[in-house]
Design a protein around this ligand. Structure first.
Ligand code: 4NP
Length: 161
């Protein structure tokens, strides 16, 4: 299936489980695009299939809801070979996810592969900390971080068309 919106940039956020960091990044990016009037196709996936078809973690849903973003309709899915063709940009949460992303790239991949924080001036190379083993404060920090990524991404998309 072609997941691209015709003419619009497409971005896939990637983490391990697709239930904490990447769905939060997806929600923050959708909200930032809407606020800025930027049209983009935004999705998320996990390198693993451990939580496939599950909704985001309750703590991620709760934190996003505090910021007016509803993550509850999202369902986890694993990164697919077609994602490398369907998306312009695939942004991994940490170095492990990026290494897996690079290792699985098919020969006809067209997506640019990078870390989420590579979008943020002065924060390139940083990892997005995994809140899965943490508590509500870790999810608060994760929301702040994915919001910084989302705002920087929207800035780039609005500059580069
Ligand atoms: P995520 O967090 O990669 O941000 O979705 C995790 C979710 C689940 C697990 C690890 C990290 N897990 O071990 O099941």
């Amino acid at each position: 299936m072609d997941k691209r919106v015709r003419g619009a940039p497409s971005v896939l956020f990637l983490c391990l489980g697709n239930i904490c960091r990447s769905p939060m990044a997806e929600g923050a990016a959708r909200a930032a695009c809407a606020a800025a009037g930027v049209t983009a196709h935004v999705d998320s996936a996990g390198t693993s299939d451990w939580h496939s078809s599950e909704p985001p973690d309750d703590r991620a849903i709760a934190e996003a809801a505090r910021h007016g973003v509803d993550l509850s309709p999202l369902r986890a899915r694993q990164l697919a070979a077609s994602d490398y063709r369907d998306f312009d940009l695939i942004l991994a949460a940490d170095a492990d996810n990026l290494a897996t992303l690079r290792a699985r790239a098919p020969g006809d991949a067209r997506a640019t592969l990078a870390l989420m924080f590579d979008m943020v001036p002065g924060r390139a190379g940083e990892a997005l900390a995994d809140p899965w083993y943490g508590d509500a404060r870790d999810f608060e920090r994760c929301w702040r971080d994915v919001t910084a990524v989302a705002e920087a991404l929207v800035q780039r998309l609005s500059q580069h068309g």
